[in-house]
Design a protein around this ligand. Sequence first.
Ligand code: SF4
Length: 235
Amino acid sequence: MSSFSYKDIYIEDGRKIVEVNILPEKYCNFDCIFCPIGRSYNKVDTPQSFENMNDSLKELESMIEKNGVELVFINSKGEALLNDKIYDIIELIKRKKVSVRLLSNGYLFGKAEYIKIANTCDEVVGEIKTISEEDFQKIQRPIVGYILDEYISNMILFNRQYRGTFILDITVIKGYNDDDKSIDKIKSIIQELSPDKVIVERMNDEKFKKKLGISDERFEEISKELCNIKSVKKQ
Ligand code: SF4
């Protein structure tokens, strides 16, 4: 029996992609109020072991082979880095000569053991959703002791040494980071972080759209501003 779950295969920039969730239930170091998966009853930041990993790895291998997958996107129910077999999962994918994209909220990019794992991926996605300490604590509800400055600097320091493609995923949230001052702050983070690509999103989930979603016009405006920033290229 496998513990992984998959989304339908799709094509992106000519590449065949499969998204895989490698967590049996939600495990995350944050507990965001807008999380589409629900509450974080397992709020942890240490590696967790799960059952059925051998079967899950076999299933992933056959999924890649049967479908001619060119990139596996590890996009999980929470923080994928918390699966203590993540290194084996990435290694299996790489052995098949297939690229790996890993989605993480980015906080754990400050810990040596997780940096080592993320460095083996071709593409890494980190996120920004709040830009003040108060909002970070209030709406992302991280593990006690986490602070926003450390979160951002963990991603900046990670990307300084990372050789792959770093994608920064920014979610614009009404009333929290959609005003001009916040957008300027995000711009300076982008400049310092220097990602290879910026993706701007907004609250699309029906449950949160009304309260936290922004208008089409404002979304267009902010997207243009944030996606056109010239970041300092990696050496
Ligand atoms: S970081 Fe992502 S998975 Fe974790 S609680 Fe927040 S929205 Fe959910």
